[in-house]
Design a protein around this ligand. Sequence first.
Ligand SMILES: [Fe+2]
Length: 586
Amino acid sequence: MEFHFNRWVRVTGTVVLVLIALYGIVAINVYSSVGQFPTHGPRPVPQIHTLIWPTIGYPELVAPGAVMEAELDAAEVSGPAGTFTAMLTPVRPELTGLTYSLPVSGAVRGRSEHWPVGTAHGGDTVWHLRFAVPAQAVPELYNLSIRADVGGRDFTYSQQHAVSIITPHPGDSFRFITLSDIHVHQPNISSFHNPQSDKGIAPDGTPVFLQRTIDQVNLIRPDFVVLLGDYVMAQRYAGEYLAEFNNFYKELARFQVPVFIAPGNHDQYVNDVDGARVFQENIGPLFYSFDAGASHFTVVNTTEWPYTDRIVMSKFGGLLFFPRKYQGQVLAATDERKPQTYAGQLAWIRDDLVRHEDAANRFMVMHHDPFRPAGKAYAWKNERFGGVITLGGSGVGSTALKTLAARYRVNYCMTGHMHSDYVGYQRWTDRQGATGFINQTMAFFDHGGEKDSYPGYRLWNVQGKNVSGFTYLDGVHSVPLYDGSVLDGETDLNKLDRLALSGSAGADGFSVSSYLGVPMDVEGLIGVFPVQQGKNVSGGRVYFSVPLPGDASRQLLYMRTSASPGQPGPDAATAGQPSVTSVFVH
Ligand SMILES: [Fe+2]
């Protein structure tokens, strides 16, 4: 018996030692910096240079006849105040030839008002330039160029899609679309740890799925779009970030409406380049705020991890690859429940909300949901694999964001990251209302195959203090981008092919085809017609017309219609019955 007992102890002890050693090897491999991607490769020539606001990801909304502002980095444009001229050229090709040249009406030096301290140009001294927009300016999206006479030499600084001239709608009403988790990625990056579908990705990496998404957005033509983070994948091989980012950036030119962009975790990975830096050199600040109508939007960066935690590492020959941290984090509170103890970005958010107490609505925009589910904030917690490997990073700051939302009466907090829909509410501190935490699905095809969510978007209708329409059919889900998306159950992502909403143009008008189970107001029916046409339109309405530049016989007509509901297909393999709404121009 004694012999057998000793043997049992020896065997068990050996097994335990081997397990400890294996665990150690796994842990060292997973958590050490062995295999981290190099971080000193080339980076693209910055698109944001000298002209630091407005930008493609932080555009300016301005009414005809109002004052347009811009910020030029005063370190680049120094010396005596030069003369400045702004040029606005429409993005829309039909309007080529139309250009507004605006003389400067004011130039003062001061701190940037659009890059908060803690962002790349925070605290920079800038030229605040003011230009008067003509009262007759066509309400459209414009590329901006600013010419500066610097010490007798001419320089031009440009930013595409930077200015949107908007006609304020009656009753302070406007519409916007939120899209999240676009994840433009290279083909063939799928792996055991992180499977990815190549659906909608061309062999050269062109994100065709994003083009089809933008086409639906342009057809609806909301006043603007808000992107909620994660535009790239950037975690399969070194150098992937730039290839994917360039493909994403190219597609931004396809939008015909202004786009406000919030950063996600993938956008800030360090993979050959520091993503947070590339984002700020090409898109805009990591956090900022803007006004639309009488409402205020505060855009938050929920990936406040130090550089070393954002470095992507490839482990076990690519079986595992990830940065140390990818969940939510916002710094810096001494006591998250006490806003007076906040510093850094949190203090800036607090002050921004205080300054906009009187706004019709306060919206918070961020990538990680600090609430879902029921206040537990899963997007801010570690993820565990097999009980051994802990990934993601348990971040701080979710309680602070919930505290700010409750204390300063935030109406809605819109988020992504989880690739599925969720709607939850938290009472305000004064109990006079509640914050809606509206989390939304992805815009790409994720891992393909069966999934309990589908690619979609939310469309928000704002009318004064009244916010509606941000869910589809059941009060929770996003509007599907494809027919056959299943709201409660599994959707076969591989079989999604029929665009839920599509338009086509003919010589005498447009037709809109919709599989959606709700009516959809579309305002992007825009085409060139002879000037004698457009007096009579059936099936829709002309809301704006502009003579074609250099062609007295033709005009550009902007029309809207309400696309009738179609019959949605029950699943991806079974087509529904689309409605067809026709708009004829006589
Ligand atoms: Fe994310």
